[in-house]
Design a protein around this ligand. Structure first.
Ligand code: SF4
Length: 254
């Protein structure tokens, strides 16, 4: 039996650009750490600590979140390669988002798992087993799965309901039909409720088998997708490494 592990986040990379996904899978490139990632991590860590306290039966105050944000910033500030906002603004947004979550989202929740890693068999055929891995932000007692994002602007709900892959994976992983995507946007809360059924899981299997075909091939390069915002030296690590379009156009083509 051949086992093919696929990480949930990698499916998004594959959807965005297969060649980026190939290079990522082979460990040829690494994403630069950005202040956007740090901002998201600060809020995630603060929520995680509140969730763990709730699971212990405690009633944590908002001060717990402020302390986590300050500590995490101190520990990780030097790892950031690309600052898209200054230090003060990163902390300010993280605090605003944490407060909005604490006030508006936390009262809805009763966790049984936070930052819960999963690994499950999605499907098996012809001697090949597809295994999906990932980490769920929040597994609630009512069976719903919750995920936190810290984007710069709100999402279009219909886009997420139509195309979001993460919700397919998490609902399949936990046997749930209810996925809540919570976008925290500089102190504003956007909650998008997404339903995923067995039909969505079957579609996910097809998606992952298409990925498995590529992974089992010995193609030296996978299709390159130019027509999206991430195909730029600002976002793509392949480009930044001087490969693909970066080999010809350099780091500052526009
Ligand atoms: S430069 Fe564009 S086409 Fe090439 S790997 Fe990056 S996103 Fe894909």
């Amino acid at each position: 039996m051949i086992e093919i592990p696929i990480r949930q986040s990698w499916l998004n990379t594959l959807s965005n650009c297969p060649e980026w996904a190939r290079q990522d899978r082979m460990g040829l490139v690494t994403q630069k750490e950005s202040s956007d990632m740090l901002r998201g991590n600060l809020v995630h860590s603060a929520i995680e600590q509140v969730g763990l306290a709730m699971m212990r039966g405690e009633d944590p105050t908002f001060d717990l979140m402020l302390g986590v944000i300050d500590d995490e910033f101190e520990q990780n500030v030097d790892a950031v390669d690309v600052w898209r906002q200054d230090h003060v603004r990163v902390i300010e947004i993280a605090r605003n988002n944490a407060f909005a979550w604490y006030e508006e989202v936390r009262p809805l929740l009763d966790p049984v798992g936070v930052e819960e890693e999963f690994r499950f068999k999605l499907d098996e055929r012809d001697g090949v087993r597809l295994v999906i891995t990932g980490t769920a932000d929040w597994h609630n007692r009512d069976g719903s799965i919750w995920d936190w994002k810290n984007p710069s602007r709100k999402y279009e709900p219909w886009e997420k309901k139509r195309w979001d892959i993460q919700s397919h994976v998490y609902c399949a992983a936990f046997g749930s039909t209810e996925f809540n995507l919570v976008a925290l946007v500089d102190g504003a809360v956007q909650r998008i409720e997404i339903e995923r059924t067995e039909a969505h899981t079957e579609a996910l299997k097809d998606l992952c088998w298409s990925a498995a075909e590529l992974l089992q091939s010995d193609l030296k390069v996978w299709p390159k997708r130019w027509g999206w915002w991430g195909c730029s030296p600002k976002w793509c690590p392949v480009w930044q490494a001087g490969e693909c379009r970066g080999k010809h156009l350099g780091p500052d083509p526009w």
